[in-house]
Design a binder for this molecule. Structure first.
Ligand SMILES: [Zn+2]
Length: 482
């Protein structure tokens, strides 16, 4: 069964055709997989909904089904994994035929059926995302088929997009911290598949930054992936200090945390000091709950491209009423909170899952740059952890003394100053504190005070060290509430 679309298909297929394929998979998922997922079996019974009548995601809302919050998922992630019934072969045949996968059915008859079914249904790999800093990451299960087939197909598409910005011969360097985390693993696989040489590195203590810098000097990587704060505050400054040289054309890829435009500029400024003349800094968006649906930019600021539409349906909603575990009153909207429906087969299946991230805008027309017919998400705020604390009220725009303030914008303003290396915004007892890391603290504070002079709520500005921000963790929380 074709579980992903290739680069050419994403170019040739219309949005309507892609939505049609998603709908077919959504129906098959509801009919033949969800009744074998304990959480949904119970949910359908409680809401008195027959999963056979669900034709598209709109029907989820029309039939009064709720959205599932992380709190409900984290109570028992096992209850969200497909547990095939006794006649797993018959179930698989129904699943294939409902999607008109007749070639696949014939192939199945002549194959090692036990192996095929194991590949399709048995969880193979546990991936985590988010919460690495708070000790509360979200785990999901990928099956062997999803890991070796779907994810590889999606990463090939991503490679085609990213590597238009490099020389022909590519050397990849992975600077994500080594952990059972989607960031490191997806990057490692992507570099394995797409680059001529994958250095197989990892940061975050697995390899000291000094050794990584020396290796970069010798091997000249031109695809460098890692978290923006590590690149800006550790790797690149040390590389400048050691006076190493990189290639003239390098692409940096940020992941696992939001990157402000000011951070892109800082990475470019540092890369220039290493001899990089053509520097591209791209951002990547993903979440374990979106499974194989990793979303890259094709050029800087192009929006995150949903290049895996057959893995997960992503839409935005307006939430009207919420309980601790569920959002029981909601409607679709053009922008707002992201909600996902996994349609990628077995393993963990999250349907109507309230991701918590917020999108400002979604575009569905053909991308002007790469010509792919995929959804693109703009203005993505990754505020899941903050969200959980606040339980859907206020969030980024938080009320301070009766005035709404945008905490993300405070951080962006601080980072846009050359003197400021890193910034954290803390909201505590009706006060906003901006903590900054700077080599020129006096100048930085003076400039920042000027910037905030006309702000209704003036933040308290404090200069701290990078270690103070991180508290011995691999990365820090950009926004802290409480
Ligand atoms: Zn594009």
């Amino acid at each position: 069964m074709q579980e992903f679309l290739t680069f050419n298909q994403l170019k040739l297929f219309s949005q309507e055709k892609i939505v049609h394929l998603q709908t077919l998979r959504f129906r098959a998922t509801c009919r033949y997989l969800l009744p074998n997922v304990p959480f949904y079996k119970k949910l359908f019974a409680e809401y008195n909904v027959d999963p056979n009548i669900l034709r598209n995601v709109e029907d989820w809302q029309k039939n009064g089904l709720p959205l599932i919050k992380k709190a409900a998922y984290m109570k028992n992630p096992k209850d969200f994994v497909v547990q095939p019934g006794k006649d797993v072969f018959k179930e698989y045949v129904s699943l294939l035929s409902s999607q008109h996968e007749f070639d696949e059915l014939i192939k199945l008859l002549f194959s090692d059926k036990e192996k095929e079914l194991k590949q399709y249904y048995s969880p193979k790999m546990l991936v985590f995302s988010g919460g690495t800093e708070s000790g509360n990451p979200t785990p999901v299960m990928l099956t062997a088929k999803q890991k070796f087939d779907t994810l590889v197909g999606v990463l090939e598409v991503i490679g085609k997009l990213l590597f238009t910005h490099t020389e022909k011969k590519t050397v990849g360097m992975n600077l994500f911290p080594y952990a059972p985390h989607l960031g490191w693993h997806a990057t490692h696989m992507a570099l394995d598949i797409n680059t001529d040489l994958n250095l197989g590195t990892a940061a975050g203590g697995a390899m000291p930054t000094e050794r990584l810098v020396m290796l970069a000097d010798k091997t000249k990587p031109n695809v460098i992936c890692g978290m923006s704060d590590y690149l800006r505050n550790r790797f690149l400054p040390l590389a400048v200090q050691k006076k190493i040289k990189l290639s003239e054309k390098v692409v940096f890829v940020n992941g696992a945390q939001k990157m402000h435009d000011a951070e892109r500029v800082k990475i470019k400024q540092l890369a220039k000091k290493l001899g990089v003349k053509q520097c591209t800094v791209l951002d990547m968006y993903g979440a374990s709950e979106l499974k194989e649906a990793l979303m890259p930019e094709c050029v800087e600021g192009s929006g995150f491209h949903h290049v895996a539409p057959l893995s997960t349906i992503v839409r935005t909603v307006e939430a009207k009423h919420t309980t601790k575990d569920l959002i029981d009153d909601w409607q679709f909207s053009y922008s707002g909170y992201a909600v996902s429906w996994n349609i990628d087969g077995a393993g963990t299946l999250l349907q109507g899952y309230f991701l918590g991230d917020k999108y400002d805008k979604i575009e569905t027309n053909k991308c002007d740059y790469c010509r792919l017919n995929v959804q693109r998400f703009f203005g993505v705020n990754r505020i899941r952890e903050v969200e959980t604390q606040l339980n859907l009220t206020g969030i980024v725009e938080e009320k301070v003394k009766g005035t709404r303030v945008n905490l993300v914008a405070y951080r962006g303003a601080a980072l846009s100053l050359d003197e400021i290396k890193e910034a954290q915004v803390v909201l505590k007892k009706n006060k906003v504190e901006v903590r900054i890391v700077s080599d020129k603290p006096k100048k930085a504070i003076a400039k920042l005070e000027k910037k905030f002079a006309s702000a209704e709520i003036k933040p308290i500005i404090k200069c701290v060290s990078m270690d103070d921000l991180k508290n011995d963790k691999l990365k820090f929380k950009p926004i802290v509430i409480g």
